[in-house]
Design a protein around this ligand. Structure first.
Ligand code: PMP
Length: 309
């Protein structure tokens, strides 16, 4: 299905969706120098629309640009406001929620790797359902450890969400899907579990210990990961941020992925080995339930994470 909406924000102006074009000489198209975000807005329990952790996402976008020596032509406040305004202009279209995609990239002008062209900025929004499917959210998905490796921290800038780096994720994702699986899990260069192609990973072992790879692993500093760490800690559960092996996943009781697009997606099978009972376990269910309550504004304790449109 083709995604579309009504309006796009391009370099400070709102244009019609069909007018969202760029020149073929756009530098980023050739070399991948772009930074982006994925942000969700949810319809809250009282019928309003709220963006989840907008500030943190825009801050990560600014940080990604800084890492890439890209001079962002807008302030964080301007980008936050543009995200909100884009949703306001399409309020009817997005009454059930929206996925926001801010992206900044090197525009056209000079070619070659040494070029320093003006940075362009775009924000689009569309209606995006469960990234790994409604059934995946309910029953869990099947994952495969990838033959592709998450790149070393001095190859990929792992604190950035950088367009070109996603070729690694796409290769892993397509390999997994072509092999009949739903998602790929990538290991780091030492063979320890890093993250999925577009999600962070958590596991619960047989002793009930919850683990997730540390930020010193080649993983994105996921905002959903951070949210889940807080929700678990606030509920009195301890989470170990440690590296672990792929076979720890095989013999674990529960595994789940976290990401803005994928939300909280249980993993019921890894490399054809059933995980635990083969269905979402109690920790996964707790995290899922709480997460969906938080994003829908039903947990006053976390109200500061919501920006109402
Ligand atoms: N890892 C990768 C590689 C991702 O692309 C994403 C999605 N942005 C995540 C993890 C999850 O990050 P977040 O929770 O901030 O969406």
């Amino acid at each position: 299905s083709v995604l579309r909406a009504d309006q796009i924000w391009i370099d400070g102006k709102f244009v019609k969706w069909d007018e969202g074009h760029m020149h073929v000489m756009t530098h980023a198209l050739h070399y991948g120098l772009g930074v982006f975000e994925g942000i969700r807005a949810y319809r809250t329990h009282d019928g309003r629309l709220a963006v989840f952790r907008l500030k943190e996402h825009i801050q990560r976008l600014m940080d990604s640009a800084h890492i890439c020596l890209m001079k962002m032509p807008y302030t964080a406040e301007q980008l936050e406001e543009a995200c909100l305004e884009l949703l306001r202009k399409q309020r009817d279209l997005f009454s059930n929620g929206a996925y926001l995609r801010p992206i900044a990239f090197m525009g056209d002008g000079a070619m070659g790797l040494g070029a320093v062209n003006p940075i362009r900025a775009v924000i689009t929004a569309w209606d995006w359902g469960a990234y790994l499917g409604e059934k995946g959210i309910r029953e869990g998905i099947r994952a495969k450890v990838s033959s592709f490796t998450r790149m070393h921290v001095n190859v990929n800038m792992v604190r950035g969400k950088i367009s070109g780096q996603y070729v690694n994720s796409i290769l892993a994702k397509r390999e997994a899907v072509l092999g009949g699986y739903d998602e790929a899990i990538l290991l780091d260069i030492s063979g320890f579990v890093a993250e999925a192609s577009g999600e962070n990973i958590f596991m619960v072992n047989k002793k009930g210990v919850i683990k997730t790879p540390p930020l010193s692993s080649p993983i994105l500093d996921g905002i959903t990961r951070d949210t889940v760490l807080k929700l678990l800690k606030d509920s009195g559960r301890y989470v170990e941020e440690v590296t672990f092996t792929r076979d720890a996943l095989y013999i674990g009781n529960e595994i789940f992925f976290t990401g803005t697009a994928a939300e909280i997606t249980p993993v019921r099978e890894v490399d054809n080995r059933q995980v635990g009972e083969g269905k979402p376990g109690p920790v996964t269910k707790f995290v899922q339930d709480t997460y969906f309550r938080v994003v829908r504004g039903q947990e006053p304790r976390y109200a500061e994470w919501l920006t109402y449109v």
